[in-house]
Unconditional design. Structure first.
Length: 312
């Protein structure tokens, strides 16, 4: 099976009341873990690459790793997506370089400029058989090149979505309803609550249209504890409650982004091995444990949060 776009994925997810997991990839072990879990659970997946990942691992290496995963997992739909494309040029590079989906993030610009930039990317992408995700509203937090302070964050305005989608021709829309980038989303003692009122109002404005949630990691506390017990120094933090993500997946949300949870699982495995036996220097000895943790995270998300098991 070749790489696919998200069009059919999202139609099935919308109608079926589940979401497709969009998992960020940076190296071979992460690609293996995600696709093995999805293959065993017969789930569609989106492998997404940030600008930081392209700088770290090189565009060509990442594409070839994903192509290898396709060979190993020929029976599940896999889309390759650019996460948070900052401008037209990076989107064009990924479109020309084998990606089947790109995100153009014009949320930092005024509304009309966001429309203009998004429309330009959409026109080029659609001419090349690639789909486009855009964003309205700003999520707080830090992840790779995305840095937005709490003061600068803002919820998506429902009265803007119909005009934006109509004028740009975009294929899916990332909205801001209370999720946050990075591992430090909410302070301990707080009760995170997604703005389902905004989500449901957006559903009414653009019925049948696929919605995306960014910054949706839940920051598994077991991995935070392992990291800190083995020489780490992560501050207290909590993520997005998984029951709220499951509720979102039953609505118009067809794509849920997960990155920090994978990083925590991988780091916990590496730290645990090296802390227990400082004489180990073979990367295979510690990376395989980290890889197993990432696979466990993805399997849990597919089965218990996204609802995408057996939906390939």
């Amino acid at each position: 099976m070749a790489l696919v776009t998200t069009t059919e994925m999202f139609k099935k997810a919308y109608d079926g009341g589940y979401a497709v997991g969009a998992f960020n990839v940076n190296n071979m072990e992460i690609v293996q873990a995600i696709t093995e879990a999805a293959g065993e659970l017969n789930s569609p997946i989106i492998l997404q690459v940030s600008a930081g990942a392209r700088k770290y691992a090189n565009h060509t290496y990442l594409v070839k790793l994903v192509e290898a995963a396709l060979i190993e997992n020929p029976n599940i739909p896999i889309a390759l997506h650019l996460d948070h494309g900052a401008d037209f040029d990076i989107c064009k590079s990924c479109i020309d370089g084998g990606f089947t989906s790109v995100m153009i993030d014009g949320s930092k610009y005024p509304f009309e400029e966001n429309i203009e930039l998004t429309k330009k990317v959409v026109e080029y992408a659609h001419a090349h058989g690639v789909v486009v995700e855009a964003e309205l509203g700003k999520l707080a937090g830090i992840e790779d090149d995305v840095k937005v302070s709490a003061e600068d964050s803002s919820y998506t305005q429902p009265d803007e979505v119909e005009e934006f989608v109509t004028k740009t021709g975009v294929d899916s829309l990332a909205i801001a309803i209370g999720t946050s980038h990075g591992a430090y989303k909410f302070k301990p003692g707080t009760k995170p609550q997604l703005r389902f009122d905004i989500l449901h109002e957006i559903e009414k404005r653009i019925p049948g249209f696929p919605i995306v949630l960014h910054g949706a990691s839940s920051v598994p506390q077991e991995y935070v504890k392992i990291i800190n017990a083995n020489g780490g120094a992560l501050k207290d933090a909590i993520g997005v409650p998984e029951d709220q993500l499951r509720e979102a997946a039953r609505s118009a949300v067809c794509k849920i982004n997960i990155d920090s949870d994978l990083r925590l699982g991988l780091t916990a495995g590496v730290r645990e091995v090296l802390f227990k036996d400082p004489s180990i220097f073979d990367p295979r000895d510690y990376l395989k444990v980290g890889r197993a943790n990432v696979k466990a995270v993805v399997a849990h998300k597919i089965k218990d949060v996204l609802g995408s098991e057996n939906k390939a």
